[in-house]
Structure formats: C-alpha cells, structure tokens
Design a protein around this ligand. Sequence first.
Ligand code: NAP
Length: 268
Amino acid sequence: MGRVVSHVTYAGRPGGGGLEVDWCGMSHGVAVVSGASSGIGRATARRLAAEGYEVVVGARREDRLQSLAEEIAGRAIRLDVTDAGSVERFCAAVPECRVLVNAAGGAIGRDHVEAARDEDWQAMYDSNVMGSLRMTRTLLPALEATGDGHVVMIGSIAGYEPYIGGGGYNAAKFAVRAMTRVLRQELLGRPIRVSEIDPGLVETEFSLVRFRGDERQAAAVYEGLAPLTPEDVADCIAFVVTRPRHVNIDTIIVLARDQSGATTVHRR
Ligand code: NAP
C-alpha cells in the first residue's frame, strides 16, 4: 500500500464528491497488467506503480516479470492468456483488482490472406481476443466489487484500417474493438469503466515478434521516423484510469506525428 499523506474529495463530480484523489502517494488500489514483460505492458506497469497503484504483472517470461516486480514493488505471477488454466490460477491469486490492462498480445507474420498460416491466425486470435476475454471475464467480479472497476483494452489502429498483409492481425484487433464496444454496453449501469487505447507504431518488441526474430525487418518498420514510445501509450492509459469515476474515456487513437494511418508514414 502506498503511504497515505493527505487526500481530498474530487470537487468537480456532478452531484457532489465521492472520489478520493491523492496528494502524495495514496494507493489507488490494485492494477493488473497483462503482457508486462515487455513494451507497452511493462511501461504501463511502471507508470501505474508511479501513480500509486499496487501493480500485479503477468506474462510468460518470469525472469523479466520478477525483476520488474522488484523494481516497482509489485507482484509477478506467470500468465499465459491463451491457456484457460493459467488465467484461472493468475486471477485466483488476485482477489482485489480495480484496474485491468489487457496488454498481452501482438502480431505474427505479414502474409497475404492467400498464404495465411492457420497457426498464426489462431495464435493472434488466442492472445489478443480470447486472452482479453478470459482475463476480463474472470476479473469482472473483483473489478465490480471495488465500486469503480476499470477495464483497459489495448487495441490498435489495425482495428480500424485493414492493410495488405495485415489480415490476421486486423481480424484480431477488429474483434478486440467489437468485444470492447459490446462490453461497454453490457456493463452500462454497473460501476465498471471500459476504455480502449488504439496505438499506431510503437517501438517495442512487437515487430521482432511479428517478423519471427528477424531484427533487420523489425528495425525497418521504424526507420527514418519517430515512432511512439511505450511510455507514450502508458501515459494515455494513466490518463484514462485517473479520471474521476463518472468519466469514461471510451477510446483513444494515438499515433506518432509521423504516422497518419495504418500504413501511411513519413520517413526522413
Ligand atoms: P511486445 O513488446 O512484444 O509485448 C507483448 C507482451 O505481450 C509481452 O509482455 C508478452 O510477454 C505478452 N504476451 C504475448 N503473448 C502472451 C500470452 N500468450 N500470455 C501472456 N502474455 C503474452 O509488444 P507491445 O507493442 O508492447 O504489444 C502490447 C500490445 O499492444 C499488443 O496487444 C499489441 O498488439 C498492441 N499494439 C502494439 C503496437 C506496436 O506498434 N507496438 C501498436 C498497436 C497495438 P511474454 O512473451 O513474456 O508472454
């Protein structure tokens, strides 16, 4: 728990206050971040810890998780979101949860549809869509019990704009967006916010994974432009989860200045 030094009631809330915000370091509760061993998830875990959350981090690479947890005084629990049993075990170890950030996921391959490999499409659907579904469904009771739960999905500009070679990833991120919109409607009237952050190019291990470890191909994605950093995306997530509880930021599409669409970029 963060140290309670002083707190105030948020005055701008219609109908009176109710939301406690901190001056210096009061805990905001527990935040679970999936996909926290790298990239956006790791930056988000660091940022939410700095904001005063008790952070529980999950991913498959336990060594990375462990050192992150030590750094941010959080908890590391192994998590494979494609494995229902792993999700069950992870969530059973997290009885309290106010914020869930579904950052686990990514892309595999840039094959055209006519050359698509079943296993790549399946893997993208399993991690991005089924993984977010399982984590959200399992943690919803804990989120609701806080009286101000918040689910943050990490979508993508790929969830809006199809592009050549993007088929499997587009399909997965379109599905994430559909699920998020449905969830928002289904939870209306209950104390759970639902937000989606949709980034463009962010320099993480994303492209290395997509190109199956080919460093040259991965580096070429960001060549000659200034992409977003994972911290830029973490900044958006921190913004949405620290709004007063009556405010639901539904969607943020965030692109680098050098990117105006899924495949439209300016390179110097
Ligand atoms: P990243 O650096 O490759 O991080 C991906 C994270 O997801 C890693 O921590 C990885 O951890 C975890 N992960 C993957 N499969 C998992 C599984 N089955 N179970 C648990 N964790 C899993 O990529 P990133 O850019 O931060 O990606 C984070 C999210 O942002 C993804 O949903 C991605 O689609 C989205 N996004 C990225 C970009 C971009 O340009 N980078 C743009 C838009 C959206 P382990 O391998 O250790 O399990």
